[in-house]
Design a protein around this ligand. Structure first.
Ligand SMILES: *Cc1c(COP(=O)(O)O)cnc(C)c1O
Length: 195
């Protein structure tokens, strides 16, 4: 049974929360459908509509997401203010070889850290196109601060062990014009430098 989120790229517009269980046996599918029908955990009509609409443009959105993400990862890896970039589609990045064997590309999720003389809050405050928000895989580029947002409930020592530092920034690369995304990130980084 493959359990997959439909909240991210399948929906693609940060406006639906849903998921799916996929099986390759009609018998198992019927059992699961029975449980779903009897417990009532079904997606509402409007959410279903949003999801079906989203799926129609999945292929073209993904092409642009990945194109933009590869550019953004390259840009960040060459930027003087950036300490680390984590993106499996970037040659030299951790997991690059494994990812090459298992996937066509690196997707559009990037994490990075700024050098210590940059203030992360000032960076977030000065972004104009890219929003600070907890959602991933939508058409709009978003950044999030995992240690205080999505991963804040994880004890600090475990966060540290798995690499979720207080300086870690997660970027969900959207489908906007790539120069707009890079320009916004560049100007926010410039303002974040501690003088
Ligand atoms: C990912 C996400 C969820 C959880 O959705 P799943 O389908 O369980 O992954 C909820 N809200 C937001 C904003 C999200 O980005």
């Amino acid at each position: 049974i493959v359990v997959h989120s439909a909240t991210k790229y399948l929906g693609g517009h940060s406006d639906v929360v849903s998921g799916l269980a996929v099986v390759n046996s009609a018998e198992l599918a019927e059992k699961i459908a029975f449980i779903q029908n009897s417990t009532g955990g079904v997606l509402g009509p409007f959410d279903s509509f949003l999801l079906i609409r989203g799926i129609k443009t999945l292929a073209v959105r993904m092409d642009r997401h990945v194109y933009n993400a590869e550019k953004a990862a390259q840009f960040l890896s060459e930027h003087d203010a950036v300490k680390n970039v984590y993106y499996p589609g970037l040659p030299g990045s951790q997991g690059y070889e494994v990812n090459l064997r298992q996937a066509k590309n690196g997707g559009a999720m990037i994490s990075f850290e700024l050098k210590d003389n940059y203030d992360i809050n000032t960076f977030f405050e000065n972004l104009q196109l890219v929003s600070l928000a907890e959602s991933l895989g939508g058409v709009e580029s978003l950044v999030c601060h995992p240690s205080s947002m999505t991963h804040a409930s994880i004890p600090a020592d475990i966060r540290k062990k798995v690499g979720i530092t207080d300086g870690l920034i997660r970027l969900s690369v959207g489908i906007e014009q790539i120069n707009d995304i890079l320009g916004d990130i560049a100007q926010a980084i410039a303002k974040a430098e501690r003088k």
